[in-house]
Design a protein around this ligand. Sequence first.
Ligand code: PXG
Length: 445
Amino acid sequence: MSTSASTAQVSTNNLDAFWMPFTANRQFKQSPRMFVGAKDMHYTTSDGRQVLDGTAGLWCCNAGHCRPKIVEAVQAQVAEMDYAPAFQMGHPKAFELAARLSALMPSPLDHVFFTGSGSESVDTALKIALAYQRAIGQGTRTRLIGRERGYHGVGFGGISVGGIVNNRKTFGTMLTGVDHMRHTHDPARNAFSRGMPENGAEYAEDLIRIIQLHDPSTIAAVIVEPVAGSTGVLIPPKHYLERLREICDQHGILLIFDEVITGFGRLGTPFAVDYFGVTPDLVTTAKGLTSGVIPMGAVFCTKAIYDAFMHGPEHLIELFHGYTYSAHPIACAAALATLDTYEEEGLLTRAADIAQHWEDGLHSLKDCPNVIDIRNLGLIGAVELDPIAGEPTKRAFSAFLKAYDDGILIRTTGDIIALSPPLIISKDQIDELFGKLRTVLMTID
Ligand code: PXG
């Protein structure tokens, strides 16, 4: 479809029926922002403008947009076999993909369970953790521990262990038996840190407080984002994640890393597991797995966890869990071609090469009005703004609207601007992004 044809279609559309997710529906429908095309680092808007993608869609299009190999793989797969049942049947690409993913992820995280999204990956990991504890005779371990300000998707499991108040407060009591560690944000000591903050390893000790309150024999697993994304980018303090691992080991508690945004090269290594050198028991992924092209998630678990289920009569199902779209053939084809693209272009480590340029550009915004903190790691950045008194989120939202008008796509959460471009971004495009963001910050109230 040509751009002009899409524009015509958009302009005649009735916008009323679609209840948009995580969107100010009434504001949007008065003044819609429509994308009709995408290529590499840019979106095309319905009014024919190019917008530089500073967010990889929603942290997912790590290879950039409409990359030929991925497009062709999806086209070929949908014509060859559109769907295959995932329960009691298989297809070769699912096994090929699991084997390749297992080779990419450090050992012993060598088994892969497929899902359809990050939220499903989180639910899956929590359920595997509970079922595992039971399988090894630790059935009293039913509690799940998350962290304040954590985002683990929007399923009931994810919002229960998550710690973003607006995502929880209107949805009742959620899962029982959940507790939360304190978050690690400490602007008084760490504002404008470059990379990992120096202060705050001791926040891991909050897990001990929770363990002492509930007794370790009641706790199945702890889930954290290695780098918290959605809440507005919180980088873990140095030695914090190592300490969490130690405490979990001491108390027989499984550690789950939610790598839905850090997975697939965001930090300059394939996974945050590699970046931090800390090995959890389960890892949740989605997004960059298919570069956002087809919905898909994958949960990695250790051999010990997988093996704990492989007992009993062989005709019996070992885990009563799975989705209609687990290992969907088109998603598998997209993921395999995405991994090829990552490999051919060195994208899973490319962020490491440009991280310094990214950090310097981002921190050059320090002198802009209302900037109270800047944070970065790998190809992730955040600029925190002082909220307008009595009108939280308004200043950042104005920045988002102005940025869109000026040709850059940014994300905002609260009064924080979050940036996470495709991993193919050039140094010139980084300069363009921060140059335009500077203009935005200088212009808005
Ligand atoms: N875990 C983490 C750590 C995430 O960041 C999910 C789970 C859920 O994934 P799904 O595929 O169910 O949406 C996420 C999703 C943002 C933003 O702007 C972040 C996400 C989604 C949409 C927007 O920060 N993260």
